[in-house]
Design a protein around this ligand. Structure first.
Ligand code: CA
Length: 233
């Protein structure tokens, strides 16, 4: 699957709109498409939740009151699954408690109905600018990209599923390409323990990483008797 945070680098932002009121859904869709966004609409909470989980989005515009699963429960579930997708809530004027609950649950922004599409577009663009700034937190070695904020890794455009420890190991290697890192250095940096010469943890983790990195595995070189080195790509 294409890494969601790479969308922004590659053209139009992809927006999911979950809104049951037909009039609002269609004016939002039309407005966003005219502004150059790629838009999909879902008209109830269950379809919205499936779509939200089913593929990467740059932004989800999420109504709170929906048939089926409501917006707050969709948001809560996405965050429980560590899905960091930016969410803008659409709320009725009377829904102050829901709005506050939504921000607590990790919504990025909200708009109170009725609103102008221009206002929604401005909010989405602000999120896009923030995402671009986040890309300054990218570490790249050859086809490998690490996003230090989302703690996600990709090879080319393919996202690689790593555990937190695997990511930390890869990050340490990628931060010093060309430099030989001893097992002791790696162990103490990534595991934060004093080195135990009996452990082969470092070798086990490097082997796991290589397996997951596929074609990019060749970037991690073994320096016999010493440790490892990230190739300078
Ligand atoms: Ca509604």
């Amino acid at each position: 699957m294409r890494a969601p945070w790479l969308w922004v680098l590659n053209g139009a932002m992809k927006v999911l709109v979950v809104e049951d009121e037909e009039k609002i859904a269609s004016f939002v869709q039309r407005g966003l498409e005219e502004a150059g966004f790629r838009v999909e609409v879902r008209r109830d909470g269950d379809a919205g939740y499936d779509a939200a989980r089913g593929e990467p989005w740059d932004v989800i515009v999420l109504d709170i009151m929906l048939p089926g699963r409501d917006g707050l429960s969709i948001l809560e579930n996405l965050r429980a699954q560590r899905n960091p997708v930016p969410v803008i809530l659409l709320t009725a004027r009377s829904e102050l408690d829901e709005r506050l609950a939504g921000l607590d649950l990790g919504a990025d922004d909200y708009l109170t109905k009725p609103f102008f599409v221009a206002e929604l577009i401005a909010r989405i663009k602000a999120i896009g600018r923030r995402l671009s700034r986040d890309q300054l937190s990218l570490v790249e070695v050859g086809p490998l990209t690490l996003n230090l904020l989302t703690r996600r890794a990709s090879v080319g455009e393919e996202e690689v599923e790593l555990t937190a420890r695997e990511f930390a190991l890869l990050e340490y290697l990628c931060r010093s390409p060309g430099r030989v890192l001893t097992r002791t250095q790696i162990y103490e940096q990534v595991w934060d323990y004093d080195f135990d010469p009996r452990t082969n943890l470092v070798d086990v983790y490097v082997a796991r990483l290589r397996k997951k990195l596929g074609a990019a595995a060749r970037l991690i070189e073994t320096v016999r008797g010493v440790g490892y080195r990230m190739k300078q790509a």
